[in-house]
Write a protein that binds this ligand. Structure first.
Ligand code: ADP
Ligand code: MG
Length: 318
């Protein structure tokens, strides 16, 4: 059983309706819905202390949850942050710098820290980030609204964060000798920027029929969206946006495609929309990468006119 089957099982076992999207949506009053998400970051699994800085870990802990808020089209408002810290980190400046990084990002989106928990961890840093936000009642953009004929769009270039991770893995840490382009890819991995503003524009204009953030990788996250919407999709390999440096780093078209299709943690938005509405709205900062089909559960990749199945091969913990 993988982690997604596990989640499906608990959802079914206890008939839980709110589970399964990027955030849970809770009716607050006649005008407003509350959205809420939690993300767990574990040292050696989700980050390595020697590859990053305390401030960047603070930034990323908040960014990954803000990205889930964006995936609903909501405005972030409140956050809670819990930390399980080792004795060594406790006796260092780690937490001060961690909260500086956290706070710098929170300030941009006016997110208020309303609580958390502080505990001791025997040998690894553990972080739990909770963010809540709001939107007008009934306007949350779910994973489940995609319709055959909708275009499939992404908000930005793909594969950069996975390429950054590859550079970190190969060099152990960011080498002084790394080029500016390589440094930029490493920062995509260490300092992701949640697409709150674009998401809010899409929701206000009623443009996106379904949306998810790209945390596991396009092939897996598109499969989640298609499964929730009971549709299929076809992705055009030639339309996938990526940064030029990715090709140099991957060394081959296959390697580059693997990074863009299966690389996780770009925290861009993946959404579906009516193509005419997108062009009428003058949305020219998004990338159309394919189309939703009625072929339920079948996700295909079109490479120069030849189609092949696109299996979900993104990140999973189990
Ligand atoms: P995301 O990548 O958007 O954070 P996940 O893949 O982590 O989403 O989770 C998918 C859905 O499953 C979410 O609705 C999440 O709240 C829910 N979920 C994940 N783990 C658990 C768990 N241990 N118990 C209950 N719900 C869970
Ligand atoms: Mg998500």
């Amino acid at each position: 059983m993988d982690e997604f089957e596990f989640i499906k099982n608990i959802k079914k076992r206890f008939s839980l309706r709110a589970i399964g999207d990027d955030c849970a949506v809770i009716p607050q009053n006649a005008e407003t819905d509350l959205v809420i998400t939690t993300d767990l970051l574990i040292e050696e699994v989700d980050f390595r202390l020697e590859w990053t800085t305390p401030g960047l870990i603070g930034h990323k802990a908040l960014a990954v949850s803000l990205s889930d808020i964006a995936a609903m089209g909501a405005e972030p408002k409140w956050a809670m942050i819990s930390v399980g810290v080792t004795e060594t980190l406790w006796n260092s400046k780690f937490l001060d710098e961690f909260f500086d990084g956290w706070h710098d990002l929170a300030a941009i989106f006016e997110v208020e820290l309303i609580g958390g928990d502080t505990s001791r961890s025997p040998d690894r840093l553990v972080i739990d980030s909770i963010v809540a936000g709001e939107l007008p009642r009934g306007t949350a953009v779910m994973r489940s609204g995609a319709k055959p004929g909708d275009g499939v769009y992404v908000s930005g270039p793909l594969g950069g964060a996975a390429a950054g991770l590859k550079i970190l893995k190969e060099g152990g840490k960011l080498k002084d000798s790394a080029s500016d382009e390589q440094q930029a890819l490493v920062m995509k991995q260490l300092r992701p920027l949640p697409q709150i503003r674009l998401a809010s524009r899409l929701r206000k204009a009623g443009l996106a029929s379904a949306m998810i953030d790209l945390s596991d990788g396009l092939s897996s996250d598109l499969a989640h969206l298609c499964s929730a919407s009971s549709v299929g999709a076809i992705v055009n390999a030639n339309d996938l946006p990526f940064e030029g440096e990715l090709m140099n780093l991957a060394g081959s078209v296959e390697g580059m495609l693997d990074l863009t299709l299966n690389g996780g943690e770009d925290f861009e938005l993946l959404f579906t929309a009516n193509d005419e509405k997108i062009s009428d709205a003058g949305m020219n900062d998004v990338f159309r990468i394919g189309e939703i089909t009625a072929n339920t559960g079948v996700i295909e990749l079109n490479r120069n006119g030849q189609t092949e199945l696109l299996p979900p091969a993104g990140f999973k913990h189990f």
